[in-house]
Write a protein that binds this ligand. Structure first.
Ligand SMILES: CCCCCCCCCCCCCCCC(=O)SCCNC(=O)CCNC(=O)[C@H](O)C(C)(C)COP(=O)(O)OP(=O)(O)OC[C@H]1O[C@@H](n2cnc3c(N)ncnc32)[C@H](O)[C@@H]1OP(=O)(O)O
Ligand SMILES: NC(=O)C1=CN([C@@H]2O[C@H](COP(=O)(O)OP(=O)(O)OC[C@H]3O[C@@H](n4cnc5c(N)ncnc54)[C@H](OP(=O)(O)O)[C@@H]3O)[C@@H](O)[C@H]2O)C=CC1
Length: 466
């Protein structure tokens, strides 16, 4: 129980301050129990299971693997088989009022327009679950690309199968599915900018702010469908209420997205990120932050070589020279691998319909609309992105605002090194060119004599005036 509100972490304490203010005995209302989705009956103890079965009145099923590169067997186990088992458990809960399943807006990312419906899967989830029992890992790895088809990874594929399982095995349960898009830092609750993992944009914001990631293959005009995590939580609570109280006849699906109500694109996001990095830089940046977007694969390869790999190699060379262990090339390769996995999502736009989400908003009283606010039309992106960066700095990097002047000074030093390096590089290249090419020599002679004549004329005319 205490582990839910640990007192040793200052930031976690701050996160729960508001709820403790409103409800001082909140810790008495929450009990954490151990569960592992990889195990039979989730390895829940007998006593806990009994209590769960007899007392549960609402389930929010969020647990999942969100890794894009998970082997299919593991992703199926966590996102499909475990969902099936949880539904079975839920069917034995006499008091259960609602089962809220958290999926992702990208479960059907192979489509451009996505409605609030469950789309058929190319494979029957039950057949896939069965085949995982007897297929060995090597064969599963081999058939994975064929199975996932035009989806980019095992995550989106297994989340789609998870939805199908929910649809097929809902029985008499009162079910709803929520599909959030890219979950970002908090917008308002309990305070702006809270963030606690490296998923989605978070890791890339660190990489960009620290100057490791300076360009990305992304369409600047593509919609950056980021949705604040508190909006998702508010919608979950409202859906829980509506599903339990109104008991809709069919399973309702709610898209929790920002794009069709208040769109922001990656270009605008990049500009605002850079503006905030300028104001509140991250400490000890590797290079000055930059955010170039290109949609061209060859240009991207070029920038990866020039802007990412070359500086890493040079830095490693410097580390070697100073007797330290080189590490930047390895780090850069991992970062570029991560970026390549996220690229699919920053080069496309999707349209999600939001009839059910809008219907639910209209069903809430004005007071509930305020308390459980999930209306992203009120979101000011510039303010949100600024708070997001501040949150990443504070809660993920654990950097203090007192370090900002030093961080700015460091960026100025990096800028001077950058200018010095580029000038030296230009002079060396030019010197080599002059040594090898008559045309270059003629151009050089022309420039030098032109400058000389210009200076002589300038000096002569200023002497005349005196
Ligand atoms: C110019 C800039 C503009 C900004 C522009 C933003 C665009 C942003 C688009 C997002 C679009 C998502 C859209 C999906 C929306 C869903 O539906 S939700 C699901 C979200 N899921 C995720 O985001 C999970 C993605 N992550 C992964 O799958 C795995 O972490 C990876 C990427 C395969 C890396 O795996 P790995 O190499 O085995 O290791 P892992 O332990 O996970 O992490 C390795 C290193 O990468 C770092 N790392 C992990 N994740 C990230 C990350 N996202 N970024 C950077 N570093 C990361 C770790 O810190 C670690 O560093 P080291 O400690 O080694 O130094
Ligand atoms: N992040 C995003 O952008 C989006 C996320 N989603 C969905 O939201 C949900 C939460 O994702 P998010 O918070 O981002 O990801 P996290 O990885 O932070 O959360 C996943 C949760 O699943 C639990 N979990 C993972 N493996 C097991 C296991 N074997 N047994 C028991 N519990 C397990 C984790 O528990 P523990 O903390 O103990 O490891 C954690 O609470 C997921 O269903 C995801 O698909 C949907 C759209 C976008």
């Amino acid at each position: 129980m205490d582990s839910l509100f640990p007192s040793d972490d200052h930031f976690i304490r701050k996160l729960f301050e508001k709820v403790k203010e409103v409800c001082p005995n909140v810790h008495e209302k929450i009990r954490a129990i151990y569960a592992d989705l990889n195990q039979n009956d989730f390895a829940i103890s007998k006593e806990d299971m009994q209590e769960l079965l007899s007392c549960t009145d609402i389930i929010f099923h969020c647990a999942a693997t969100v890794r894009f590169d998970d082997p299919l067997r593991h992703a199926v186990q966590l996102n499909v088989t475990a969902t099936q088992q949880l539904l079975l458990m839920a069917s034995q809960m006499p008091k259960l009022e609602a089962f809220i399943h958290i999926s992702t807006a990208f479960s059907n990312c192979n489509l451009k327009h996505i409605d609030e419906v469950i789309y058929p899967c190319p494979v029957e989830p039950k057949q896939l679950i069965d085949s995982m029992e007897w297929l060995d890992d090597a064969i599963i790895d081999e058939i994975t690309p064929k199975l996932i088809g035009d989806r980019p990874n095992t995550y989106t594929y297994t989340k789609a199968l998870g939805e199908m399982v929910v649809h097929q095995e809902s029985g008499n349960l009162n079910i709803a599915i929520i599909r959030p898009s890219i979950v970002g830092a908090t917008w308002q609750e309990p305070f702006p900018g809270w963030v606690d993992n490296l998923n989605g944009p978070n890791g890339l914001i660190i990489a960009a702010g620290k100057g490791f990631l300076r360009s990305i293959r992304a369409a600047p005009k593509a919609v950056a469908d980021v949705i604040p995590v508190d909006t998702v939580v508010n919608l979950m609570l409202a859906v829980g209420w509506y599903t339990a109280v109104h008991r809709p006849k069919s399973t309702l699906i709610y898209h929790c997205i920002s794009g069709n109500l208040n769109p922001c694109n990656w270009g605008k996001m990049g500009i605002q990120l850079l503006a905030t990095f300028e104001k509140v830089p991250f400490e000890r940046a590797f290079r000055r932050p930059n955010a170039d977007f290109t949609t061209n694969a060859i240009t991207n390869q070029y920038w990866n070589a020039v802007s990412h790999r070359a500086p890493a190699i040079i830095y490693d060379f410097y580390l070697r020279l100073t007797g330290r262990k080189p590490r930047m090339t390895k780090l850069m390769n991992r970062l570029l691998r991560t970026v390549s996995m996220l690229e699919y999502f920053v080069n496309r736009s999707w349209e999600w319909s939001t009839y059910n989400t809008e219907m639910l908003m209209a069903e809430l009283s004005p007071e509930d609309q305020r308390v459980f606010n999930f209306d992203v039309r009120q979101l000011n992106w510039l303010e949100y992105i600024e708070n997001y960066v501040l949150g990443v700095k504070k809660y993920l990097l654990k950097e203090d605002m007192a370090g900002v002047p030093e961080a700015k000074q460091h960026l100025r030093r990096l800028r001077n090194i950058h200018y010095l390096f580029n000038t030296a590089l230009f002079l060396i290249a030019w010197r080599l060119l002059i040594a090898r090419s008559q045309i270059a020599r003629n151009v050089w002679f022309f420039i030098v004599s032109f400058c000389y004549k210009f200076l002589s004329y300038f000096r002569a005319s200023s002497t005349l005036k005196v």
